[in-house]
Write a protein that binds this ligand. Sequence first.
Ligand code: BTN
Length: 322
Amino acid sequence: MLKEKLLKVFAENPNEFISGEKISQQLGCTRTAIWKHIDELRKNGYEVESAPRKGYRLVRKGDGIHSHEIKVGLQTKRIGHEISYYEETDSTQIIAHQLAQNQANEGHIVIANEQTAGKGRLGRTWHSRQGTSVSMSLILRPELPPQKTPQLTLLTAVAVVRAIHANTGLDCQIKWPNDVLINGKKLVGILTEMQADPDFVHSVIIGIGVNVNQSREDFDPDIRDIATSLLLEKNEPVDRAAVISAILNEFELLYDLYLEEGFSPIKTLWEAYSMSVGTNIYARTMKEVLYGYAVGITDDGVLLLRDESGETHSIYSADIEI
Ligand code: BTN
């Protein structure tokens, strides 16, 4: 809590010296406590300059994604207020499922600096190398029938695209149902799972993996040509904690809109960011490959594809190629 407040004071006074006295007044703690926290920040990669009679100045942030580093940029009312952080875990999805079973609140998030067995869609694995990416799972408890939860995947993709634009200025596109691409390469994966009875949703766990500071060599050779990172697209390292808070901020705005007005405004946004709609695509389903014009999505998030004979197919699950 104190660390979070200290980071806020630095964020409010960029590049300026702030006296130890002023900090201790704002934080309501002793100067020794401040000194202790600054020492810890330094151990976590922060560069803090201190000068006699002037105080402290934050020169460079660390690259951590601990709770206090995320909360500095958080503007939400409930999403992301409870954060479980892991230096290393198998999969944040697994932890989030366990927390959800143990009554975790809506908005609780699980974050890992490294996942050793990250889960992707369709039983694939998701690689998240130590310290380079964002791996997080968000617990929701929406009052929705189970068949509507795919809408939350689409909503998440929109939130991520908007957050990345706000944070880095980069423009991404959505590939149905839930890939976020940039210049045709995969930047973000979203995995939505739920705990539900046939007619009641107990919880929805939304897993978000963002490639942030990977170099080309950090990706396994088999995905090197199809994956990218914010670092590779922007040619400079990107602050992971700021990416996380931007995603949570955008998510809450859209989620509240969705709860109030339904899927329609989200669908409009999704179609605007989508590269899979209004163009000819191949859809590789479990049983066939379809080719045709992608007309749009339904309110259930189903992709509608009109083939060359004029027949319209509803696609529930497929890999899309353009
Ligand atoms: C995909 O196949 O595109 C979805 C990838 C989802 C990866 C994220 S990383 C955080 C969360 N934890 C996991 O184990 N998977 C999701």
